[in-house]
Design a protein around this ligand. Structure first.
Ligand code: SF4
Length: 342
């Protein structure tokens, strides 16, 4: 049976007309799906019972269902979610004083195998549908409301998978989240994080997207970056920087450089100087992220003294930089730790 949520409004209209129903019913159904986040036809209370029965006979809902919930000491919640084909993805809700941020997955596994990332150890099984990304947000929003008394304020595409290798579905999910026909959330509250897919960055720029873009940089030169991120062999830093400048020209949105500090790998003053050189080539700010050691990975978390010296050096050069504490370490929910232990 076909998933009703894989259909566009035009396709739902066509199906309704074929059932002998007026066209406006399609709009009502579309609103139930994407504005009101219903999870079955029986919740669509302005449809007649016979119509709901006909829809139930023709379409299904490929729902994402949570089945393991873990809560960290710091309030972070990680959920393992089952897809209709029994595959599993993980998503995280990170609360702080002002925000509740959802970190969502875009693929089951990942094809890129970055050497520091637990997800990279899993093979890529498939892309997530737009509705499956939407459902993660729906489920994480329930946790945000239950634990913090308010819904999600921010969404980051930084979970499992490379979002720009599932381009169409990721963009469609963002339309459902940000359009008035969907959840109507401000696009500036959404951030897509990429390992650096030049073509995808240019495509987003051409489409004039309104959301934010982050680059998982993690090393400031091609030579170094290639040793931990294979993607850098086909997408060189200079080409990615050109694409990021193009993105900035078209959208006016500064880029975030995500930089995990690894002990003895990218935490020297020379590395900081190379990072400054990159920073000066594109309007950006830098998030320095504390690593969580991942079983089987040789790269380790940088020492506090090295981290402090690195930050001080950047600040001395007037670089806009924030240091991000890792969250949810005790439940393997922190950056680089999503690995589907379930
Ligand atoms: S860091 Fe991102 S792109 Fe790299 S392996 Fe992990 S999930 Fe894939």
């Amino acid at each position: 049976m076909k998933d009703i949520r894989s259909l566009s409004l035009a396709e739902i209209t066509e199906a309704l007309v074929a059932l002998g129903e007026p066209k406006f019913r399609a709009k009502q159904i579309h609103e139930w799906l994407w504005q009101k986040s219903v999870r079955g036809f029986d919740e669509m209370t302005n449809l007649s019972k016979p119509l709901r029965e006909k829809l139930n006979a023709q379409f299904s809902f490929f729902l994402v269902e949570e089945f393991v919930v873990q809560k960290s000491k710091d309030g972070t919640v990680k959920i393992a979610m089952a897809l209709h084909d029994k595959r599993v993805v993980e998503g995280v809700m990170i609360p702080d004083d002002e925000r509740s941020t959802a970190c969502v997955s875009s693929q089951v596994g990942c094809s890129l195998s970055c050497s520091f990332c637990a997800t990279g150890f899993l093979k890529r099984e498939r892309n997530l549908e737009a509705s499956e990304i939407y459902d993660q947000i729906y489920l994480l929003n329930q946790h945000a409301k239950a634990h913090n008394g308010r819904g999600l304020t921010n969404i980051v595409y930084m979970g499992m998978g490379e979002p720009l290798l599932n381009y169409d579905n990721v963009m469609q999910s963002i339309r459902y989240i940000t359009s008035p026909e969907g959840l109507n959330m401000a696009a500036r509250r959404v951030t897509v994080s990429t390992s650096g897919i030049e073509r995808g960055i240019r495509r987003m720029a051409d489409e004039g997207v309104k959301f934010n873009l982050a680059l998982s940089l993690h090393a400031p030169t091609n030579d170094k970056r290639e040793t931990i991120m294979d993607i850098n062999k086909s997408n060189k830093l200079e080409d990615v920087i050109d694409a990021l400048n193009y993105f900035y020209e078209k959208t006016g949105n500064k880029i975030t450089f995500e930089y995990i500090l690894f002990d003895g790998f990218n935490d020297s003053i020379e590395d900081a100087d190379n990072l400054i050189k990159l920073y000066k080539q594109v309007p950006a700010f830098i998030n320095l992220i504390e690593y969580n050691n991942v079983e089987g990975v040789t790269l380790k978390k940088a020492k506090a003294e090295k981290r402090d010296a690195f930050v001080a050096h950047l600040r001395k050069h007037n670089i806009e930089v924030a240091v991000r504490r890792s969250r949810g370490k005790d439940i393997d929910a922190a950056c680089g730790q999503l690995a589907n232990k379930h």
